[in-house]
Design a protein. Structure first.
Length: 450
């Protein structure tokens, strides 16, 4: 049961259960019904600024570690632990870059496309936004050990934050299912890595069981506190747009933690009167890992005022099992067929009048090269946003004059093999391969004049 004297509490998202719990309790699922948990707030007990632009004033106090953080600068909107427990390594120093050249190439109004580059976080991905919140909660509840299943970015971020606050970190990865640019970080930061003979979904099941049995703090996005930190990506987009709401947010799919947190962010901001409208949300999956696309577009799965049709989900997963289907995509960060935040994502789609699309690996790599051409290198999963945007512009879902913010989730060096192979092996129309030249000055100059 929640502590009535505290502004924050945990609540089961299943309305038939609706159980509430104190924030000092450590759990990643409702102990009564097994459903997902939210972090909720008694907003009348939280001194929230009267307008969003008030948060921008904290830039003037950047010597304060919390005001410097692009997550904790907005701490009033994720007020679940005391400041003394808040862990920070300088996360959230990211940019919302207007992409005029890319917009023009896509046939958009050149002033209408913005790229939120989360690759500038300390571990090189958006995960740091969530990990700073999760490990702050871990510190508050005095956890001593943490664990995660990972396709790469989660492990790198967890290892970094565990090192920052003195917790042991254990990573579960699938067999051959992780980019070395990400695995190298987890190993370098001292995490204990266990490679399971299986994919991410297998690792996710194992790590949950391990955390239950050994009372280890789970930092995957099942953890509701992690999603609180990821809300701030949207706050920084608003900040970058001078506190104006864009028409569209476009984000990769995967385990659906980002999309879930974005929906919650806008739901709360609207409830608090800090925004007057909510942007639309487009979630882009890889075709080789398109659970959400099929469930929403083909099977009609909806939030339905929190009454999600679990039978549709169970039947779909049973079909995957019977066929032995495993996810497969070059975008390893979203190579997930059983997204743990599926129900919260359905809520986000409802809140934001959202849509779901899938794109092929070839389309992802082409979009990645186009993004890179204009100076923002990103990992393959990030480029799903632009690949999806092309479709949505082509079919008129997104107007060419709309203001669109696409989230680039990870740095280009997270998966350099994908980049080098695309260009050197000429895998698409935007390839930029190196040119072979003899060791002769005149011939080199001749090549450069071409």
């Amino acid at each position: 049961m929640k502590n009535v004297n505290q502004p924050a509490f945990q609540k089961c998202i299943n309305p038939a259960c609706g159980a509430t719990f104190d924030c000092m309790q450590t759990m990643f699922e409702c102990p009564k019904c097994g459903d997902l948990l939210d972090v909720c707030y008694d907003w009348d007990k939280v001194p929230v600024p009267s307008k969003l632009s008030d948060f921008g004033k904290r830039w003037a106090n950047r010597l304060d570690r919390l005001d410097f953080s692009g997550v904790w600068r907005f701490r009033d909107l994720l007020n679940f632990c005391p400041d003394a427990c808040k862990v920070s390594v300088g996360e959230g120093q990211t940019v919302l870059q207007q992409a005029c050249g890319l917009a023009k190439e896509l046939g958009m109004n050149p002033a209408g496309l913005f790229l939120q580059y989360e690759g500038l976080n300390p571990s090189g991905s958006f995960k740091d936004n969530g990990m700073t919140a999760a490990f702050s909660h871990a510190k508050m509840v005095k956890a001593i050990s943490s664990a995660c299943a990972s396709t790469g970015n989660t492990s790198a971020s967890m290892a970094l934050y565990a090192r920052a606050c003195g917790l042991k970190a254990t990573v579960f990865i699938g067999d051959g299912k992780i980019a070395y640019g990400k695995l190298s970080q987890a190993m370098d930061y001292g995490a204990y890595t266990i490679q399971i003979r299986g994919d991410f979904d297998d690792c996710m099941r194992q790590v949950q069981d391990v955390c239950r049995k050994l009372n280890i703090y789970l930092v995957n996005s099942l953890n509701p506190f992690r999603l609180e930190g990821q809300k701030t990506i949207m706050y920084r987009i608003l900040e970058g747009l001078n506190w104006q709401v864009p028409d569209w947010i476009v984000v990769p799919g995967g385990n659906l933690g980002n999309s879930s947190s974005f929906g919650k962010a806008f739901m709360e901001l609207k409830q608090l009167g800090l925004i007057d409208r909510v942007p639309r949300l487009a979630i882009i999956n890889a075709a080789g890992a398109n659970t959400l696309t099929e469930l929403v577009n083909d099977h009609g799965l909806r939030w339905n005022d929190s009454r999600v049709d679990n039978a549709k989900i169970d039947a779909y997963y049973a079909k995957l099992d019977a066929a032995g289907c495993k996810p497969h995509t070059i975008a390893s960060a979203i190579e997930i067929s059983r997204p743990v935040n599926l129900k919260k994502c359905l809520r986000a789609l409802d809140v934001c009048n959202g849509i779901v699309r899938s794109v092929t690996d070839a389309e992802i790599l082409d979009a990645k090269a186009q993004i890179g051409k204009y100076g923002l290198g990103c990992e393959p999963a990030s480029a799903a946003t632009i690949a999806g945007l092309k479709y949505l512009l082509a079919d008129g879902t997104i107007d060419k004059n709309a203001r669109v913010a696409c989230v680039l989730t990870g740095h280009v060096l997270k998966d350099p093999d994908a980049t080098v192979n695309y260009h050197s092996k000429k895998q698409g129309p935007f390839a930029n391969p190196p040119v072979q030249a003899p060791n002769d000055l005149d011939q080199i100059i001749a090549l450069m004049k071409q």
